[in-house]
Design a protein around this ligand. Structure first.
Ligand code: NCD
Ligand code: ZN
Length: 335
């Protein structure tokens, strides 16, 4: 329920990994030229569909989103709803993450649009980090809750909100205490890793993502939420591919690629927490229910069989280093 598919040849490279594991995905709109209108979303959706037909036999439904800007019009929300393919509008506070420069500078400017979304029942998907450069990077999620999210939730009690890729105990507590209209996605990497993975024994750029990995207490709070069976918490990989050269750079890009092994990694986490029976709800039911989509009828089969993740994948003339590169997996998906 949170995926970066990119575009063009990069999309061609990563799409098969997702389609092998997921029947659909909420597709993020932060392309280099962001998907700010329904027209652009329709065009992006048809590029995804063409890539799917080029790879015969791949069945997959892209659930499209719009990118919110200071200038988004209420009429655009009506168009989005009428399109039938747009399921959410993504709020990137300007400057917080990859391709967020044209994001929102002050959410108050968007209140009329949020009101239109509330009326049209289109979900607001939030990148929950405050865009104040003075705030410590490890505290940006917490400040976003206090200074932004609380205000949105109070003004628009009927707006459905997905707090995306939550990383802190504060976010878990906020979602638990909120109304049924507020849910959250949790990535595999935030469940598997804390910030030591990124910074201990040298700097490991392939573990750099946003929101940045946090302390162990936060990881434990996320695991507790994910395996709790609470339907407010559901799967969203935030798989975000960047080429090896742009990650291993003096100003490296944020994003972790996990589509090649996503469901298998979640299975590992749930098994370690002795909660494998809770995986299906988290992965397949709660997100669909939140978005008002029918639950999938087909199934995949996971088997306990080890395999090694390749060191890198081909990525549009460059290479891509996946999560768990060169190391072994416990669960395998049956073809
Ligand atoms: C994402 C990307 O690269 O598009 N990066 C990331 O670290 N998660 C953007 C995002 O979701 O913040
Ligand atoms: Zn993302």
């Amino acid at each position: 329920m949170h995926l970066h598919l990119r575009d063009g040849e990069q999309m061609q490279a990563v799409l098969p990994d997702t389609v092998k594991r997921f029947a659909r995905a909420i597709v993020m709109p932060n392309l280099q030229s962001p998907v700010i209108t329904t027209e652009l979303a329709l065009a992006y959706s048809s590029r995804i569909s063409s890539a799917l037909t080029a790879n015969i036999g791949m069945k997959f439904e892209p659930l499209m989103t719009l990118y919110l800007t200071d200038n988004t019009k209420c009429s655009e929300i009506k168009k989005a709803k009428a399109s039938g393919i747009i399921h959410g509008v993504k709020f990137y506070p300007a400057g917080t993450t990859t391709n967020s420069d044209t994001g929102v500078t002050d959410i108050a400017k968007c209140f009329p649009v949020l009101e239109a979304m509330e009326q049209e029942n289109i979900a607001l998907l939030v990148h929950g980090e405050i865009n104040d450069p003075k705030i410590d990077i490890f505290d940006k999620e917490k400040y976003f809750i206090d200074r932004v999210l609380v205000t949105i939730a109070q003004h628009f009690p009927n707006l459905r909100i997905v707090f995306e890729h939550i990383t802190t105990k504060e976010a878990v507590d906020f979602v638990k205490e909120s109304s049924e209209n507020i849910g959250a996605t949790i990535t595999a990497h935030h469940l598997l890793l804390n910030r030591n993975a990124m910074l201990q024994g040298g700097i490991h750029p392939h573990y750099y993502c946003l929101p940045v990995l946090k302390r162990e207490i936060h990881r434990l709070a996320l695991i507790e939420a994910a395996v709790s069976g609470d339907q407010k918490f559901f799967l969203g990989t935030d798989s975000a591919p960047h080429s090896k050269s742009t990650k291993e750079s003096d100003c490296g890009c944020a994003g972790i690629y996990s589509s090649h092994a996503a469901i298998e990694l979640y299975a590992e986490i749930f098994e370690q927490a002795d909660a494998l029976e809770k995986l299906e709800g988290f992965a397949s039911f709660f997100g669909a229910d939140f978005y008002g989509l029918p639950r999938n009828r087909e199934s995949i089969t996971l088997t306990k069989e080890s395999w090694n993740v390749p060191m890198e994948f081909e990525f549009a003339g460059e290479t891509l280093v996946p999560l768990r590169a060169g190391r072994s997996m416990i669960w395998k998906i049956l073809d």
